[in-house]
Design a protein around this ligand. Structure first.
Ligand code: HEC
Length: 131
């Protein structure tokens, strides 16, 4: 069983390396800091060990992550990408409204109402541009 699990993870790790870090840092990561109307910011919940989407702690008064912290965030987010079926990527599907094809329930709410949400599209574009 453990061996099977390991074999299953190898291609995911190899593929994750082709996601672009600079695009992540300049375009995707700021979305996790942004306040969305009637929702808490992703970062306000996701610094805790609630799920695989675990961001680094921002010290008081710090408004952005250090490059080292961003690399750790990037690694965590890369694990939430499904290249074989991009729309099934947890980072896209879990915070998306159920009506728009998202998961049934996310404790952080339906952060993206539709797939037309510009921030949702930015994350999707980042995944699709991986090579
Ligand atoms: C109010 C707190 C809260 C906020 C704000 C929040 N989340 Fe969550 N999120 C959770 C909790 C709790 C879980 C784990 C339980 C669940 O699935 O609901 C979770 C789970 C997830 C998962 C699943 C990770 C996995 O292990 O598969 C993803 C992806 C996610 N959230 C993305 C986001 C994104 C992106 C945002 C911001 C746009 C966001 N969340 C905002 C509380 C929050």
């Amino acid at each position: 069983m453990q061996k099977l699990l390991f074999l299953a993870l190898v291609p995911a790790i190899a593929l994750a390396q082709s996601l672009d870090f600079e695009t992540y840092r300049t375009q995707v990561e700021p979305i996790f800091l942004k306040k969305r109307p009637s929702h808490a910011r992703c970062v306000s919940c996701h610094v805790a060990a609630l799920s695989r989407f675990q961001l680094q702690l921002l010290p008081e008064g710090q408004t952005a992550w250090t490059p080292e912290q961003s690399h750790l965030n990037f690694e965590a987010v890369s694990q939430l990408v499904n290249f074989a079926d991009v729309l099934a990527s947890p980072i896209l599907k879990h915070p998306l409204a159920e009506d728009a094809g998202g998961d049934k329930a996310h404790s952080g709410g339906e952060q993206f109402k539709t797939r037309e949400d510009p921030d949702w599209k930015t994350i999707e574009r980042w995944i699709r541009s991986a090579n």
